[in-house]
Write a protein that binds this ligand. Structure first.
Ligand code: 13P
Ligand code: SF4
Length: 322
């Protein structure tokens, strides 16, 4: 998929923002926004957060309409958790490269090779796969989910880098699925070393979807919300942050007195390789159209929803690791 431009034409921006604010009031709509979204989407959001925080928000809202500025699996999760609400995803191009690595048939065949073992499933997966899981996790609570699963051997899917980051922290044996996030996988150790050479005093914090050679060089491996908390609490002034550019930019806006850098390619910043094209498929114009034209409404078949809900509710009972 081609990477869209990071910001829209400024001349149109104000018009769209004003229209969205009016439409939100008229329609009693709640706008949820993932931290990786474009900066202008953050401006019109009611709640900005990670996938765990947005899932919680979806369970609690009384608004009849949720506009989910994030990716498809997140909007599906909101629908599973709060089925009486109309959940709108502004574009169907907002998929997830990691969620595409796993299907319900694939996971059923995999589970059949390991009868009786529990499946801990990362939330970045389709609803039909969630229906096959025992417990869902996000990067905020993977370890808690693994420890909560019954037995000493646990299936963990679909992100293999999450497996590499979690296995050393538990006595249980984890069996991984072979999936990756294409965006975090592209953040290479060469890019990190170049960024470290340019900013030798910076602390390095990276997401657990990054490759093991990258996490090995990091001062901390953290979920997206964990990164925000880390920068806030740290007495350091410079950080290299290994995750999607939207969060790097958000942290810089939150802490203007600190210096925050993305991974860096030789002679240029990682504006392309650290950008998730799925997240950036949501534009301000598409958010406006979602509210004007009621699109695109997310539906989850009831038999899938009920099973996926049980696995998601177990996750929400856990709370966060980080
Ligand atoms: P969070 O679960 O931290 O929100 O991250 C979602 C994601 O897509 C990471 O690539
Ligand atoms: Fe999916 Fe990776 Fe994009 Fe997150 S950054 S939404 S895991 S493709």
């Amino acid at each position: 998929m081609e990477t869209p431009k990071i910001t829209d034409d400024g001349t149109e921006l104000e018009k769209h923002i004003d229209a969205i604010k009016r439409l939100k009031q008229e329609r009693h709509a709640l706008v949820l926004c993932h931290t990786y979204q474009r900066p202008e989407i953050h401006l019109i959001a009611d709640i900005v957060g990670d996938s765990y925080a947005l899932s919680l928000a979806a369970t609690k809202t009384t608004h009849p309409i949720i506009v989910f500025c994030g990716v498809h699996f997140m909007a599906e999760t909101a629908k599973i958790l709060n089925p009486s609400k109309k959940v709108l995803l502004p574009t169907l191009d907002a998929g997830c490269g990691l969620a595409e690595t796993i299907t319900a048939n694939g996971v059923r065949a995999w589970k059949a090779q390991y009868p009786g073992l529990p499946l801990v499933l990362y939330i970045n997966s389709p609803a039909a796969v969630k229906a096959e899981a025992d417990i869902i996790c996000t990067s905020t609570n993977t370890l808690k989910a693994v420890e909560a699963a019954y037995g000493e051997t646990v299936l963990l899917a679909p992100d293999k880098n999450l497996y590499y980051n979690t296995q050393p922290k538990t006595r249980k044996k984890l069996i991984p699925w072979e999936g990756y996030c294409p965006v975090h996988k592209a953040m290479s150790v060469d890019m990190l070393e170049y960024a470290m050479m340019l900013h030798p005093d910076a602390e390095v914090i990276v997401h657990p979807e990054c490759n093991p050679d990258v996490t090995a060089l990091a001062h901390a491996v953290l979920s997206t919300s964990g990164m925000v908390d880390y920068v806030k609490a740290s007495s350091k002034n410079e950080f290299i942050i290994g995750t999607e550019l939207g969060l790097v930019q958000m942290i810089q806006r939150m802490f203007p007195e600190k210096k925050v850098y993305p991974f860096t390619e030789v002679s240029k910043t990682c504006d392309n390789s650290c950008v998730c094209p799925y997240m950036k498929a949501v534009t301000i114009e598409k958010v406006r159209q979602a509210l004007e034209k009621d699109r695109y409404e997310i539906a989850v078949p009831e038999e899938i929803r009920i099973k996926a809900l049980a696995a998601l509710q177990r996750m929400l009972l856990l709370g966060r690791d980080t």
